[in-house]
Design a protein around this ligand. Structure first.
Ligand code: AMP
Ligand code: MG
Length: 321
């Protein structure tokens, strides 16, 4: 059962858990977040596991200050103006990732953009002490409403996590507003704790609403993260010239003929497999093989989200879900 500690007493234990690649529920000004070190793939996998999320959708990365944000992402002048106006606070900016950013690909679901925000209060202090960004979606089971008290977090996730940091009821009580600068305009991707009118007052621009024509929200397309290679699921054997994405101890028949091989987890650990998924798919794709054969992966726990992502990678490229 999770321990509940007040913000005044939780700092050292929260840091130790994050350093160890574990998750911690923390108060922010919006809602409670389920946080892990955004550079630690196993830590990020534990977020999906604890929430029971059936999909690897991109998470918001939380930073301590603008300098940390600029090490992770590339700011255009308008995004910088918005950060200066609303950070720390409930505004999330979607920005291009900077090469060598250190963020684990599970945070961005393999996208080349990242959602960033700077939280107020305990979360900001924790990130500054850790010296690394935190990935943190809302601290609730998938499909349930966001928790705004430590007690609500503990009632929902208490059996799955070690620590809930109690900062009282969250002041905003709504998720952050998400925007993305596109050239000379700003698009509202999700309404939230900062009113559209307040953003418009800073930029002098009317917010664009809805997805731009022809572009799907991240993770929505069946073929999102489609490798160049074809993907063949549930492979019991390897055809000469195929690359092999393996899992566990037992190899598919004919594995010796694989043009390239990566094992998501030799010990069959789904957390490790989740943390390796995006990088290994990309590596096998770069091997130049025309097809990536994927060994069967169990559907329990994180296996559901892993299979969901592989299913999308294998979907016909022009088919939308
Ligand atoms: P949460 O579960 O509160 O962390 O929600 C994250 C939200 O941010 C989701 O609606 C995502 O679709 C959105 N998001 C995260 N990363 C990106 C990105 N790179 N581009 C667009 N939206 C993003
Ligand atoms: Mg949520």
């Amino acid at each position: 059962m999770a321990e509940i500690l007040s913000v005044g007493e939780a700092m050292e234990q929260a840091l130790a858990l994050l350093e160890g690649g574990d998750v911690v529920a923390i108060p922010t000004e919006t809602v409670y977040g389920l946080a892990s070190d955004a550079t630690n793939g196993v830590g990020v996998a534990r977020i999906f596991e604890a929430k029971g999320r059936p999909r690897f959708n991109p998470l918001i990365a939380h930073v301590a200050d603008l300098a940390m944000a600029e090490r992770i992402a590339i700011f255009d002048p308008l995004s910088k103006r918005l950060a200066e106006a609303f950070w720390s606070g409930p505004l999330t900016l979607v920005l291009p990732l900077r090469p060598g950013n250190g963020i684990h690909p599970l945070v961005t679901a393999g996208l080349d953009t990242i959602a960033l925000r700077m939280p107020r209060g305990f979360g900001g202090e924790l990130i500054a002490r850790l010296g690394r960004p935190l990935a943190a979606p809302s601290a609730n089971s998938s499909g349930k409403i966001s928790a705004t008290t430590a007690q609500a977090v503990a009632a929902d996730l208490g059996a799955k996590i070690r620590l809930v940091v109690d900062g009282g009821a969250t002041p905003v009580g709504l998720e952050s507003t998400i925007v993305k600068v596109e050239g000379n305009s700003v698009r509202l991707l999700r309404p939230g704790g900062i009113a559209a009118a307040d953003i418009e007052a800073v930029t002098g621009l009317k917010l664009q609403r809805g997805a731009p024509a022809g572009i799907e929200a991240p993770g929505r397309r069946a073929s999102h993260y489609a490798p160049g290679a074809a993907v063949r699921l549930d492979a019991q054997n390897v055809v000469e010239g195929e690359a092999l994405l393996a899992f566990g101890v037992r190899r598919a028949e004919g594995w010796q003929a694989a043009a390239a091989l990566r094992n998501l987890s030799a010990s069959g650990d789904l957390r490790e497999a989740a943390s390796n998924l995006f990088a290994y798919l990309q590596e096998l794709d770069r091997s130049g093989a025309a097809t990536i054969a994927v060994e069967p992966i169990p559907f329990e726990g994180l296996g559901e989200a892993i299979n969901d992502r592989l299913f999308r990678a294998a979907a016909p490229r022009d088919k939308l879900d």
